[in-house]
Ligand binder design. Structure first.
Ligand code: SAM
Length: 185
């Protein structure tokens, strides 16, 4: 698959922050492209999706490349802390599964609920990376809710970057990168 500029940028950022000692989470597995990329960087990857089709697609790709250090979980990313601990970072590529039911999409409720549970568990330099799509109605609602939410975060605890494509005129996706400055525990 040819990567879009925003996904290429997201992956570049991930490559700078993930090492072979890290456990990372793909919160929205979809067709598995991000999961496979994360697997090339990390010691262990856990990937979540609420659609069985996503697990089938991703497992096929993992099997083709004989990749074993990835665990696929058919559940909402809101339950992340029930399945995984000690993660360095979590990636959300929001929206719906391409070429599938567009009504099954991430929502502001599930995404914010998950982020709320992840942030206190991040260690120093731990991160959440979100790719946010505003080209569909649910995405616009989700984008606004995330923007409002991140304004409430303590700036002494989190550094937040926003990466956009301001010269593209078709409502392109953008990246939010939240990095923990210091451990709370
Ligand atoms: C844009 S796709 C992800 C693309 C994927 N990262 C890739 O590389 O192909 C978004 C995915 O999020 C999933 N999703 C929606 N709500 C979810 C939830 N609460 N927990 C986990 N996955 C969810 C959808 O089923 C969909 O497959």
């Amino acid at each position: 698959m040819k990567k879009t500029l925003i996904l290429e940028t997201a992956h570049l950022l991930l490559s700078k922050h993930i090492t072979k000692d890290d456990i990372v989470v793909d919160a929205t597995m979809g067709n598995g492209y991000d999961t496979l990329y994360l697997a090339s960087l990390a010691k262990k990857v856990y990937a979540f999706d609420i659609q069985k089709q996503a697990l089938i697609e991703t497992k096929k790709k993992l099997d083709e490349q004989n990749i074993k250090h990835v665990e696929l979980i058919l559940d909402t990313h809101e339950k992340i802390n029930q399945y995984v601990s000690n993660y360095k970072g979590v990636v959300f590529n929001l929206g719906y599964l391409p070429n599938a039911d567009k009504s099954i999409t991430t929502t502001k409720e599930s995404t914010l609920n998950a982020i709320n549970q992840i942030l206190p568990n991040l260690k120093t330099n731990g991160f959440i990376l979100l790719v946010i799509y505003i080209g569909h109605e649910q995405g616009k609602i989700e984008s606004k809710a995330i923007q409002d939410y991140i304004k409430t975060l303590d700036p002494t605890l989190y550094k937040i970057a926003k990466i956009e494509l301001p010269y593209q005129n078709n409502q392109p996706p953008y990246i939010i990168f939240i990095q923990k400055e210091k451990d709370e525990g």
